[in-house]
Design a protein around this ligand. Sequence first.
Ligand code: NI
Length: 184
Amino acid sequence: MATLTVLKYPHPLLKQRAHPVTRFDAELGRLAEDMLQTMYLEGGIGLAAIQVGQLRRLVVMDLRDAPGAPVAEEEDGEEVDRELRRNPRVFVNPVITASSGETVSEEGCLSVSEYTAEVRRAAKVALSYQTPAGEARQEEFEGLGAICIQHEIDHLNGLLFIDRLPPLKRQMVRKRLAKLARSA
Ligand code: NI
């Protein structure tokens, strides 16, 4: 496994549309593994391939370490090995086939440093996707899972969560982040 570099806003690749995955081979599995390792290292709960410079419709996710996630395994103050708590998920060519409700929550992104904002999303989504082996699957998500999936699919379409903010706020944030990038 290898750790990959996460591209930061305003990297031009982050605005590109990713291409459907057509080769379900060992290399795809390795990329997903590397993305998971990178995501864990950076402390994220989701990562799209485009964020590591790969224009492919591939997303990884693990909600176990999300802030506010249930930590039933840590009863009696016992620290459970992080590796054991993990629940890595891989979604190839994910498509939202239905969505309902509305929810607003604070979002951040590994490609957007030092900024979080409230974003409006569907509360519930139905997802069709493929496994790294190419098998077709369907699954429903709500809560954080639904929010994360929508955020990651946005990445595959060249959108960041800051692109979902109201126009005035979006302008302000872009200026601030551009300034931050220049001073880095
Ligand atoms: Ni993101």
